[in-house]
Design a protein around this ligand. Structure first.
Ligand SMILES: [Zn+2]
Length: 489
């Protein structure tokens, strides 16, 4: 039976049924409802699996000995177990952010921060669980536990060593922001792209591109928040998996170089990635951004911070941390009126319209920013976002995508890509640039080297930069030419 006839038939039958059994008249007044209606903002919020991809709380764990079990005043912190429960926050990516002042000790500082996250989970095993996969996040929810995950913010943490990148993955880190506000030795940042004193790379170096490839192979999500526009487009060209912006907003609405242009948003659609909206007032509200970027006022703030650092210098010479001087920055930020919640919702709305509803999420930057829009004082206020989205006409299904569904899809895809790449790599067994570099460094004979290259092929392009690096290490021309001619797998 064709569908139209089936429908007509069903309508007829139901009409007959109604005629034979007249329905009792509905009471004029509905009985009082105690449970929230299925489509109420609260019910939509409570039934969502909410994932936030950026919070800087680990510095508080480590430097202030802060425990998530402590309910802190909102002036002091945006996240604790009470606020997590109130906001129905299901999973948080805790940021492993190493201040560039820790030069010489980046990896050590990163590992201390990683340990601080594990320590929180160990102290509250009934409420917090470490999570490493998208399915782990789903399982945590089934067990009514909060899922703690980790992302490295700033590629300088790997100290230009692909082995450290792999070690961080083994420790449980599941995304890495290629740069923070500082350009590192292999990728340009939006934070200093105008600074002529910084050595830039026109995006990424060959090593930087290898980092992206290795992240794909490991299953570590490539995060393009903070990077320069050139780094962004190169990362998208190279990455075989969807990428994320863990905490970035829309430049069309708030003209911040760290925010994403509409063209970048459309590129994210093609990539299949997701842009997690940053809540920071200066990234979501043009008035706030303008007021707070007054050079005179910034000068005065920076001078106060410098004076504080001098007065509170650590006897062992270690860097004064952000958490120590954050109160000065918070006080400074409070002189500018907070933007309305509408500004934040406008960014979610804009990204949903330009990139698409499947490509937007939440990356609060809680505990890392000095000002949030009105009404959002902490993670406890997340339901207000759901309410505002509902008022703008977003459906339950769309809101659930924004609150976490989109991110979980991307995480699943990144995991599947890694599985595929690992299987391919195993099958081809092609030599990576690092493997060749290691053999040259270990003075493997040219004859042996050529034999291995001919047997396995190579997994990389021999660029001028790589040629120079191998030459520096003493490779012979015959071996170089074999690489250039080798099967590229
Ligand atoms: Zn950041």
């Amino acid at each position: 039976m064709n569908p139209q006839r089936l429908l007509a038939c069903l309508l007829l039958l139901s009409g007959l049924a109604l005629a034979q059994h007249p329905q009792p008249k509905k009471p004029a007044k509905a009985a009082p409802v105690t449970r929230p209606k299925a489509d109420s903002a609260l019910a939509i919020h409570q039934s969502a699996l909410i994932v936030d991809t950026h919070a800087d709380t680990p510095q508080r764990f480590l430097d202030e000995n802060f425990d998530l079990g402590q309910n802190t005043p909102i002036a002091e912190g945006h996240i604790d177990l009470g606020k997590i429960k109130q906001g129905n926050l299901g999973a948080e990516f805790f940021s492993i952010w190493v201040e560039p002042e820790f030069k010489g000790h980046y990896a050590r500082r990163a590992m201390d921060l990683i340990d601080s996250v594990y320590q929180q989970a160990a102290r509250h095993p009934d409420k917090i669980t470490m999570a490493f996969t998208a399915d782990d996040i789903l399982h945590a929810r089934e067990q009514h536990k909060f899922a703690a995950l980790m992302g490295i913010e700033g590629g300088h943490a790997i100290e230009n060593d692909i082995r450290l990148l792999r070690d961080f993955y083994r420790m449980g880190v599941r995304y890495m922001t290629l740069t923070w506000s500082n350009t590192n030795e292999w990728a340009d940042s939006s934070g200093d792209i105008q600074d002529p004193n910084v050595k830039h790379h026109n995006g990424m170096t060959d090593f930087g591109k290898d980092v992206v490839r290795e992240m794909n192979r490991l299953g570590m999500i490539v995060d393009i928040s903070h990077v320069s526009d050139a780094t962004f487009y190169q990362a998208l060209l190279i990455s075989q998996a969807p990428v994320i912006a863990s905490h970035s907003s829309a430049r069309e609405l708030t003209n911040q170089p760290r925010n994403m242009t509409d063209d970048m948003l459309r590129a994210m659609t093609n990539n299949g990635g997701v842009v997690m909206v940053n809540f920071y007032s200066a990234f979501i509200d043009e008035n706030y951004r303008k007021a707070s970027s007054d050079p005179e006022k910034i000068k005065q703030r920076d001078a106060e911070v410098e004076a504080f650092k001098k007065a509170h210098a650590h006897p062992d010479g270690s860097a004064v941390t952000y958490d120590e001087y954050a109160p000065i920055e918070k006080k400074w930020a409070a002189q500018f009126p907070r933007p309305p919640l509408k500004s934040l919702i406008d960014h979610i709305d804009h990204i949903a319209k330009v990139a698409g509803i499947d490509h937007v999420g939440l990356g609060s930057d809680f505990d890392g920013v000095t000002s949030l829009p009105e009404g959002i004082d902490s993670a406890a206020d997340l339901p207000k976002i759901t309410q505002a989205l509902l008022q703008r006409g977003y459906t339950r299904e769309q809101i659930h995508k924004i609150l976490g569904g989109n991110f979980l899809r991307v995480m699943h895809e990144v995991e599947a890509t890694a599985k595929r790449l690992q299987a391919e790599h195993k099958a081809s067994d092609a030599l990576s640039f690092e493997e060749i570099e290691l053999m040259v460094g270990n003075r493997v004979s040219t004859e042996q080297l050529i034999g291995r290259i001919n047997e396995h092929g190579v997994s990389f392009d021999l660029t001028a930069e790589r040629r120079a690096r191998l030459k520096e290490q003493g490779i012979e021309d015959a071996a170089l030419e074999t690489i250039a001619r080798a099967r590229r797998r």
